[in-house]
Design a protein around this ligand. Structure first.
Ligand SMILES: Cc1cc2nc3c(=O)[nH]c(=O)nc-3n(C[C@H](O)[C@H](O)[C@H](O)COP(=O)(O)O)c2cc1C
Length: 362
């Protein structure tokens, strides 16, 4: 209520990206305190093991909100059960010219064509090394989302770029996300195609194994994040490659280039997120669940803003969910509200543990 009545109107007086940057700067200042005191929202009925990791609840922060990992420990405070930072590029880059982030409040949506503005892998690695030195382990799993620099365009060059990003950052991550689905980096989405994806995953799985051997640990789980704009055969290709390469799972979905008819007068370029993406993202989760017969963990993201949305995404086959856009419209209490709502919906349906509902409506 406080957010919707007071804070949001103040934030919405500012240009969307400025509002975001200022909020993040503020959160970054309380990061140290958060790290010392944070306890995750956890309930035995909501906690899950996915890809060998323990999640205190299934609601995560999606990539793009904390691209450079400036406020990592603050997100569990809001009730998030895991955090994905990034996309991080190997070298720093400023992204596309501003303005490049637009609100569509009537539809609970955002459109962005940020184009991977990133401080780069070295700066993020330094920040994560600092976090590690604090000797206060984050109470929730941390994912790091990797992308490629814009000026990297060749085939071999792109593979090398992902390898470098992985080598710099994977050791700080509980899981790594391979972003091949952002619509704002020319040529990126072609890495979702069967052959290219297979080569990329083969390389990164080898890197993960080498890293694990050096540290005597298990290989860091790798997820691939896909677009909602793929045809069914394309999704099938991704699912088959993911299963064959035995990666940890798939994150579905990134933003869409489609513009539903109801959205008139909005920018045509850039990725659309939020409510208009919800049904399409759910459909992709359902398709993936069917194609993989529930064998491969799916993280469902896109347009989730209520406990009912999250519940439906899990029923469609997601093991975990994430959100970003709804946080802008509903405020920091949203993850906690969704978790509490999930418990309420489980009570209504006589469900003891969340795992019982995964894929029941696939
Ligand atoms: C402003 C903005 C920036 C984003 N940046 C990234 C990014 O860097 N990497 C990525 O994988 N996804 C990025 N996303 C996509 C989100 O992670 C998510 O997949 C998408 O927005 C759908 O979820 P939502 O409707 O809950 O926002 C971004 C989304 C927004 C709105």
């Amino acid at each position: 209520m406080f957010y919707r009545r007071i804070l949001r109107p103040l934030l919405f007086l500012q240009d969307p990206e400025t509002a975001h940057e200022r909020t993040l700067e503020l959160l970054a200042r309380i990061h140290g305190i958060a790290l010392r005191t944070v306890r995750p929202f956890s309930s035995p009925r909501l906690s899950l093991q996915v890809a060998g990791l323990q999640f205190p609840n299934p609601v995560g922060l999606a990539a793009g909100c904390d691209k450079n990992g400036k406020a990592i420990a603050v997100w569990p405070y809001f009730g998030f059960g895991f955090v994905e930072i990034g996309t991080v590029t190997v070298r720093p880059q400023s992204g596309n010219p501003r303005p490049r982030l637009f609100r569509v409040p009537e539809h609970g949506a955002l459109i962005n064509c940020l184009g991977f503005n990133s401080e780069g892998s070295e700066a993020v690695a330094r920040r994560l090394a600092w976090l590690r030195r604090q000797k206060r382990p984050l109470p929730v799993p941390l994912g790091i989302n990797l992308g490629k620099n814009r000026q990297v365009t060749g085939y071999d060059e792109t593979l090398e770029d992902y390898r470098t990003g992985f080598r710099r950052l994977a050791r700080f991550a509980d899981f790594v996300v391979l972003n091949v689905s952002s619509p704002n980096t020319p040529g990126l989405r072609q890495w979702q195609e069967r052959e290219r994806l297979d080569v990329l995953l083969e390389m990164l799985c080898a890197e993960a194994n080498a890293l694990a051997n050096r540290h005597g640990s298990r290989p860091v789980p790798i997820f691939v994040k896909i677009s909602p704009d793929m045809t069914e055969p394309d999704v099938q290709d991704v699912a088959e490659v993911a299963v064959q390469r035995q990666i940890a799972g798939i994150i579905a979905t990134n933003t869409t280039l489609e513009r539903p008819e109801a959205l008139v007068g909005v920018p045509r370029t850039g990725g659309l997120s939020g409510r208009p993406l919800r049904d399409r993202a759910t459909a992709v989760v359902r398709l993936l669940y069917r194609l993989t017969r529930g064998q491969l963990p799916i993280i469902g993201v896109g347009g989730i803003s209520t406990p009912e949305d999250a519940y439906a995404r899990l029923q469609a086959g997601a093991s975990l969910v994430q959100l970003y856009t709804a946080l802008v419209y509903e405020g920091p209490c949203l993850p906690r509200h969704i978790n509490q709502g999930l418990l309420r919906l489980m009570d209504r349906d006589g469900v003891q543990h969340l795992s019982e509902i995964i894929g029941v409506h696939a």
